[in-house]
Design a protein around this ligand. Structure first.
Ligand SMILES: *[C@@H]1O[C@H](CO)[C@@H](O)[C@H](O)[C@H]1NC(C)=O
Ligand SMILES: *[C@@H]1O[C@H](CO)[C@@H](O)[C@H](O)[C@H]1NC(C)=O
Length: 323
């Protein structure tokens, strides 16, 4: 029994060291960061996310989107979780917050973690792990992520300008993600996160009328699908349109929708309309395993964007408030 445990432990440790080498981690991150200080951190977060998704499956999309927003603004440092104060308007109150929600899941996980190992697990890590678990519980790939992010001390509404707008075309997306170190293929894989969730009419209505000087509607869009979008928008700017036919399931149907010219945002459909990215869309539409593999790699990479280390960050006591 003792020997078995010991051998098993060695195998686990060897596996962890091996997977760590694969990513060449910097910034003090590591796959087994909490193994000594908070060994049950993973399980606590998984349970919290699982319970939340069982009562509301649409929260999977919310968690993935929140992690993306966090990383693209000031790096993955939990800045998106900060509440505004009298003297500071935070990121989450930007019009670009795109109806972010799911903050209560992060709070619940943080509360449970603080009871087990106070002051150890950062809010940025909780969010990164929660997004990973949301992908898994929605039917997507299971993957391990490096941990050890520190929480940032800045959250300003003006920083949200760094988020990619839904009106960007393929070349602009390639350039914007390229500046952050992503290839065009990684950008398309990350866009595949839209396999979960919905968009509000306010983010696609510009495709439906007076599109440009020569088009009434966005010509990259199927005309029948344009009628579907118009119908959605008849309920107002906040009305939601699912990105694909399986909004709570992580699959490759999003890419099938692009092939049918039924992408919801201009920034979705442009991936198929442009010859620079169409081949990648076709490949992911045909091969879900390839999409899953590329997505998890790109998520690990995104999760390491501008990570705060050492004294550049802190472990917040409350995810909504800078210590
Ligand atoms: C998003 O921003 C709007 C203001 O543009 C604000 O009214 C709303 O409360 C914000 N949403 C969240 C979840 O903070
Ligand atoms: C993308 O948008 C930029 C800036 O608006 C424009 O210069 C460029 O021609 C567009 N590219 C395509 C392929 O439409």
């Amino acid at each position: 029994m003792g020997i078995f445990n010991c051998v098993f432990g060695v195998i686990v440790l060897v596996n962890m060291i091996a997977s760590e080498g694969k990513y060449g981690l910097a910034n003090g991150l590591s796959m087994n960061y909490y193994i000594m200080a908070c060994p049950f951190a993973d399980g606590i977060i998984k349970n919290t996310v699982n319970r939340a998704l069982q009562s509301d499956p649409t929260l999977a999309a919310a968690l993935v989107r929140m992690h993306f927003h966090d990383c693209f603004v000031e790096g993955c440092d939990g800045s998106v979780l900060i509440d505004s104060t009298k003297d500071n308007t935070a990121e989450k109150d930007s019009p670009a917050n795109l109806s972010l929600r799911g903050y209560e899941i992060i709070d619940a996980a943080k509360d449970a973690l603080e009871r087990q190992c106070p002051g150890v697990v950062s809010c940025a890590d909780i969010l990164a792990m929660a997004a990973r678990d949301a992908v898994f519980f929605a039917g997507g790939p299971v993957y391990e992520i490096p941990k050890g992010r520190k929480d940032g001390r800045r959250s300003k509404i003006e920083d949200t300008i760094n988020l990619p707008a839904p009106t960007l075309n393929s070349s602009e997306l390639i350039r914007m993600f390229g500046q952050r170190g992503f290839t065009a293929q990684e950008m398309v894989a990350l866009s595949g996160g839209h396999t979960l969730g919905t968009a509000r009419c306010s983010s696609f209505k510009s495709r439906l009328s007076n599109f440009d000087s020569t088009h009434d509607m966005d010509p990259s869009m199927d005309t029948q699908f344009a009628r579907t979008l118009s119908k959605t928008c008849s309920a107002g700017d906040k009305a939601e349109q699912p990105f694909d036919s399986t909004r709570n399931t992580f699959d490759n149907d999003y890419f099938n929708a692009l092939q049918r010219k039924a992408g919801v945002l201009f920034s979705d459909q442009t991936l198929f309309a442009s010859p620079r990215t169409r081949g990648i869309v076709n490949a992911y539409a045909m091969n879900m395993a390839m999409f899953f593999f590329d997505f998890q790699q790109a998520m690990v990479k995104m999760g390491m964007m501008d990570v705060k280390e050492g004294s550049k960050g802190e472990v917040r006591n409350n995810c909504r408030v800078i210590n």
